[in-house]
Design a protein around this ligand. Structure first.
Ligand code: ADP
Length: 368
């Protein structure tokens, strides 16, 4: 039996807006789950229903198999960290962390031990006497995390906790939160719009769009086996390239350079799509530059015109076009072409994705 069960969960706000539709998920004890999706897709609403801060319009929420819809946040054993740290400005770091325990009437010496231990995990030992305004954004965020983890809770909920930090602090806090999770073992649900946070932190990711779950899976699953164009385009940076073409006699007609679909898909699939448009997808990083007369087998080869080259350090984004199609390629800086040149590259057949143009669902093909 799963530790947390969300069964057919819906949220309809009092104004009639249906924010979450038929949300189903089972979470094991100790898992780190990330809800990811664009702003407004229903992530926070779902998290707040789990926290007990928002009522569930329809469906069941179970903890250890027991219905918890009607339980308050305290009875559920959850702690939550929000985007705004909401620290008490006139209290020291020590008092901010101790506050919840003091309210519970915990003995002072127990509190002291707990604050010191938590401060140590978070690297805040030297800052305990400071006020929040005397801390950096990253340190304040750590105090907020400390305040949540100091109470022994089973479920740790975080809503965009890193969004007020700069890029560098975000990277540091990302790994710190992962480490804290490893140390505390608390079941964690983390909300973000940032797919990189999701990919680097999650055991499993829940991708949402317009109040619906699109896919649940490990970072590896979502990257290699996206179920539809939304997930394929959402996970990965730069996003997957999509090119629309017509299927005719087993070939995908792409202007002067057809892609031989017989190399990637079975006959039955091809017959089903004969005469129809489908979407061909490939990741920017899946391509191989072709140099000189080099032969690359089992791949679709293409010559493109280079419109723009962005050197990012560890790799280069190359914006290319072929007739009417614009795509982005991710290339090793040492192999990157110059702007306004032609660039020859290959897309291995194993890296080709096909999608149904109408449903946007991935077409299962025989090599994956
Ligand atoms: P996310 O966390 O993914 O950005 P939210 O869960 O905050 O999204 O919101 C989901 C949708 O529900 C949004 O369209 C938002 O405008 C709407 N919404 C949020 N809170 C309320 C509310 N109290 N009343 C009506 N609609 C709301």
């Amino acid at each position: 039996m799963a530790y947390l069960t969300l069964r057919g969960i819906n949220k309809i706000y009092p104004n009639g807006f249906h924010a979450v539709h038929d949300f189903n998920l089972e979470i094991e004890k100790g898992e780190f789950i990330v809800f990811v999706g664009s702003s407004g897709c229903g992530k926070s609403t779902t998290l707040r229903m789990i926290a007990g801060l928002e009522n569930i319009s329809k469906g069941d929420f179970l903890i250890n198999g027991e219905r918890a819809n009607e339980k308050g946040p305290r009875e559920r054993g959850v702690a939550m960290v929000f985007q705004s740290y909401a620290l008490y400005p006139h209290m020291t770091v020590y008092d901010n962390m101790a506050f919840g325990l003091t309210l519970q009437g915990v003995d002072d010496d127990v509190i002291e031990k707990k604050v010191n231990a938590t401060a140590k995990i978070l690297g805040l030992t030297d800052y305990l006497e400071r006020l929040p305004r005397e801390l950096s954004g990253g340190q304040r965020q750590r105090v907020a995390v400390g305040r949540a983890i100091i109470r022994k809770v089973d479920i740790f909920l975080m809503d965009e906790p890193l969004s007020n930090l700069d890029a560098k602090q975000r990277v540091t806090m990302r790994s710190e939160i992962t480490q804290i999770h490893r140390e505390t073992g608390a079941t964690t649900i983390y909300v973000t719009h940032d797919q990189i946070e999701a990919m680097t932190m999650a055991d499993r990711i829940v991708v949402m769009k317009d109040g619906y779950i699109q896919q649940v899976g490990t970072p590896h699953d979502l990257y290699f086996n996206p179920v539809n164009m939304f997930v394929a385009g959402f996970i990965g940076e730069p996003p997957m390239n999509f090119v629309v073409g017509n299927v005719r006699s087993g070939m995908l007609e792409l202007e002067d350079n057809p892609l031989d679909l017989r190399a990637v898909a079975d006959e039955e699939t091809l017959a089903k799509y004969e005469g129809k448009e489908i979407v061909f997808g490939f990741r920017p990083e899946a391509i191989q530059p072709i140099r000189g007369e080099e032969e690359i087998g089992d791949a679709y080869k293409l010559r493109c015109y280079v419109n723009l080259v962005e050197l990012l350090g560890d790799n280069t984004n190359v914006y290319v076009s072929h007739d009417a199609h614009n795509t982005i390629l991710k290339v090793d800086p040492h192999q990157a072409p110059g702007v306004t040149e032609n660039f020859d590259f290959a897309i291995p057949y194993g890296s080709v994705y096909l999608f149904d143009k109408t449903t946007e669902r991935r077409i299962k093909i025989n090599n994956k």
